[in-house]
Design a protein around this ligand. Structure first.
Ligand code: ATP
Length: 242
């Protein structure tokens, strides 16, 4: 039984669950509307990168309407990543968070998050929180892993979806009631990027730095070899760990 918070649209195939969710949100679909698809023809990651979405994976997008200013929408990445981390960790999967929006296990990518906002003159009118998790089958691309690959047995997708949604709802309600701190504490705990040397790839080229902390809007505090510190934002840079 699914929680009545979620209004579920289950599709066999779709171009992108985020695009479908954004269409529905613009048409006035309520908070909690959830698009789940068995496969995506054109799943997306950040900056239009493709998200490989074969059968066996979980692909869903959730419409939220949090009363927050647009510049806080990036907090929903933190809230979602912390929720996914808790849900998968509870299943004893050896997962970590890789800043800003990935879950990894054994250095390979298991899941990704894509949050997109819908803006109106008065601020954020909706946010679409997209999640892709490699559950069953072989890892879809090199550098990826799946829950089946990690556990050596196929897993119940429905049960995993329920666990994740339970954590996402709890995480979201805690965020609305208490702010970002509880999610941020879980995010920092699970974040494998922190205290590591990283290469920041941004508009000005590549730079080596040490990842120090994650800030309240999900930004990364880094320290350069000369001791200078700076905040980097997920929409500006890509990161490689050294
Ligand atoms: P960055 O390199 O900037 O940190 P990212 O790792 O956060 O980007 P996203 O843009 O979130 O990546 O996701 C897209 C990337 O994820 C693709 O370019 C591809 O490398 C990888 N990818 C695509 N499909 C899958 C999948 N099903 N499982 C794991 N990784 C995938």
């Amino acid at each position: 039984m699914f929680d009545p918070f979620f209004h579920i649209h289950h599709l066999c195939e779709v171009d992108s669950t985020n695009d479908r969710a954004k269409e529905l949100a613009r048409q006035g679909a309520p908070e909690g509307t959830l698009i789940v698809a068995e496969t995506q023809r054109a799943g997306r990651g950040r900056r239009g990168r493709s998200w490989s979405s074969p059968h066996g994976g979980l692909y869903f997008s959730l419409i939220l309407r949090p009363p927050i200013p647009p510049e806080y929408a990036s907090q929903l990445v933190v809230v979602t990543a912390a929720s996914l981390y808790r849900a998968l960790h509870r299943r004893s999967l050896p997962v970590s968070l890789k800043w800003p929006n990935d879950l990894v296990a054994g250095g390979k990518k298991l899941a990704g998050i894509l949050v997109e906002g819908g803006f109106a003159s008065q601020g954020l009118s909706f946010a679409v929180v997209g999640v892709g998790v490699n559950v069953n089958g072989q890892p879809p691309i090199e550098g990826a892993t799946s829950i089946e690959a990690l556990t050596a047995s196929p897993q119940g997708k429905e049960e995993i979806l329920q666990d994740i949604l339970g954590e996402m709802k709890a995480g979201y309600l805690a965020y609305l009631a208490e702010g970002i701190e509880p999610a941020l504490a879980d995010y920092r705990r699970g974040c494998i990027t922190l205290n590591r040397e990283v290469i920041i790839i941004g508009p000005e080229g590549k730079a080596r730095a040490k990842a120090i902390d994650v800030g309240s809007r999900g930004e990364l505090l880094v320290e350069y070899p000369d001791g200078c510190r700076r905040l980097v934002f997920a929409d500006e840079v890509s990161l490689r760990t050294c």
